[in-house]
Design a protein around this ligand. Structure first.
Ligand SMILES: [Zn+2]
Length: 110
């Protein structure tokens, strides 16, 4: 599977899933490390399943937050790069209408 052969939407989806997984696994690792480091010995066995569930839920919400942050950043990045397209050369730019090159050049339609 080549990443370049996929459409932009698919690549973004894969990227978001990866961001979620990184956030999820990262915070799960931190939670597990904290549990092993500090709370493991004092805990009774019946306390372990709810703690694990809580860890999973916390990690999932962290993953969703990382996902949201990546989504927000990518939207921000796209807006910064320009959302308008020049109708002549189809180049991205910040302002609507013709780009500077097409206004100055000989082949412009306006
Ligand atoms: Zn142009």
């Amino acid at each position: 599977m080549k990443l370049a052969s996929l459409s932009r939407e698919h690549r973004e989806l894969i990227f978001l899933v990866l961001a979620f997984l990184i956030g999820f696994l990262g915070s799960l690792t931190v939670c597990a490390w904290l549990l092993i480091r500090f709370g493991w010995q004092e805990m009774a066995w019946w306390e372990i399943p709810p703690t694990m569930l809580q860890m999973l839920l916390t990690s999932m919400s962290v993953g969703v937050m990382v996902c949201g942050a990546v989504l927000w950043l990518s939207l921000k990045w796209r807006t910064l790069r320009g959302t308008h397209r020049c109708p002549v050369c189809d180049r991205k730019q910040r302002k609507p209408g013709f780009c500077e090159d097409c206004v100055r050049g000989p082949g412009h339609a306006g």
